[in-house]
Ligand binder design. Structure first.
Ligand code: AMP
Ligand code: MG
Length: 419
């Protein structure tokens, strides 16, 4: 769906949310990340692996007891209670020779969590299910072969890929890198994301706004979102609603890997972003989508010399900017970061209260999800529309309102988008 770069297409021609998202995902799949670099492990957190992490040994490296208790032959404890003879003890970290004790029929070895299960034994009885008196240990519960033991190499065999290239490094990946002895890992460089706010009413946050002005919050919220998504934000000076100023700053922004523009993409007389982008011969993939907030969102690319830069024109209302970043800009940023495609984090919850909505647009409304194991429940946050930052700050998800229904009743299941 390529629309005119000038002005908005009529509403019914706009792509649906799913179509717009698909266009972005298709474009994202054509992008490649920049050169990898080696980073100290903790500096890599939040970035994307440019290499596979492989097992440098078997995991676990020996049959590991998962309990404190007694290593036994499961065949010996088919009927309980039964008395066995304790012939030794193995603690975690004890020399591996300690686990060379062979457990014979009628015998047991006292063992601790994380210690190697000795030869002959095929299961561990939890200490809670035993009684001890000198060498004699009475087993009160049966165990089956393999119970409370993780076999050598059961988690990963020496040499196998434990984490794939393209995985974003979170604390679990840090743990694996640490476990395979990698104080440094290869990651892709953070993509540089230029952020350009537009509007004559905007002043920077270190200035006192006149009565007719407001502070530029979008550049900062976007920079925080970019940073959290593993990008390197570059905040440009605010562009005035004036073509020459806009063109100058757009050109600067197009030097980045991705350009995010906020404001100036609606139907207003001074919404000049698309007009100025047209002067750069921008290719526009969509201009507007059937969503709310964020309907005027624009997605396209500009070729300048050898360089092609994707850009988004995000609507200026602060909540629209945030939502459209998550819905559309995130996949581009992920792809430029080298990350494998990530689905949006949708979940289902029970609606706490009735509400009504107009049909026609897929809505993403700020909401609060409350955790309960039995029935996670979600409630809309009362808001004054997509400029209402206070309401957005109380939300921890969006209720996703489908475009084809008007009435939603308390108790029904509804989709939410986690933030
Ligand atoms: P626009 O998309 O330019 O029509 O702006 C829509 C609304 O968002 C207006 O109320 C603007 O004042 C407000 N707005 C635009 N840009 C920003 C920004 N960078 N920070 C905070 N509010 C903004
Ligand atoms: Mg504006």
């Amino acid at each position: 769906m390529v629309a005119s770069a000038m002005g908005k297409t009529v509403a019914s021609k706009l792509p649906s949310f799913s179509d717009a998202r698909r266009l972005v995902e298709e474009y994202a799949s054509t992008l490649s990340p920049t050169q990898p670099e080696m980073l100290p492990l903790l500096d890599a957190a939040g970035l994307v692996l440019a290499e596979d992490l492989c097992a440098d040994r078997d995991f676990p490296p020996f049959p590991r007891s998962t309990r404190d208790g007694f290593a036994v032959r499961s065949a010996d404890v088919k009927t309980v209670p039964i008395q066995l003879r304790c012939i030794g003890e193995i603690k975690a970290g004890a020399p591996i020779e300690d686990s060379a004790i062979a457990v014979g029929a009628g015998e047991a070895v006292e063992i601790m969590t994380g210690a190697p299960v000795p030869a002959g034994a095929d299961a561990v009885v939890m200490v809670e299910h035993t009684g001890r008196s000198g060498d004699a240990v009475v087993v009160q519960r049966t165990v089956v072969a393999g119970e409370n033991v993780v076999a050598m190499g059961a988690e990963a065999r020496l040499g196998v890929t434990m984490v794939e290239r393209g995985t974003r490094v979170n604390h679990t990946i840090v743990a694996i890198a640490a476990a395979v002895g990698r104080p440094e890992v290869s990651t892709y460089r953070r993509p540089r994301v230029a952020i350009l706010a537009t509007g004559d009413e905007l002043v920077d946050i270190n200035l006192r706004p006149s009565p007719n002005e407001i502070r530029n919050s979008n550049s900062y919220s976007l920079a925080a979102q970019v940073q959290a998504a593993g990008g390197d934000p570059m905040i440009l000076p605010v562009a005035r609603d004036e073509p020459d100023d806009l063109a100058l700053l757009l050109r600067k922004g197009l030097e980045a890997d991705l350009l995010l523009i906020t404001g100036g993409v609606s139907m207003g007389k001074y919404d000049l972003v698309e007009q100025v982008l047209a002067s750069f011969q921008a290719g526009i993939f969509f201009t507007g989508a059937q969503i709310q907030p964020g309907r005027p969102v624009v997605f396209g690319e500009v070729k300048l010399g050898a360089r092609t830069t994707p850009f988004f024109g995000l609507p200026g209302n602060p909540v629209s900017t945030m939502v459209t970043f998550q819905l559309f800009a995130r996949p581009i940023l992920d792809s430029l970061s080298g990350a494998l495609p990530q689905p949006l984090p949708f979940a289902q919850a029970t609606l706490k209260s009735d509400f009504t909505s107009r049909t026609g647009l897929t809505r993403f409304l700020p909401a609060r999800l409350e955790g309960s194991i039995e029935k996670p429940a979600v409630e809309l946050i009362h808001w004054q529309g997509s400029g209402d930052l206070m309401a957005a700050s109380r939300a921890n998800c969006y209720i996703v309102v489908p475009p084809d229904r008007e009435r939603f009743a308390a108790g029904e299941a509804i989709t939410v988008l986690l933030m």
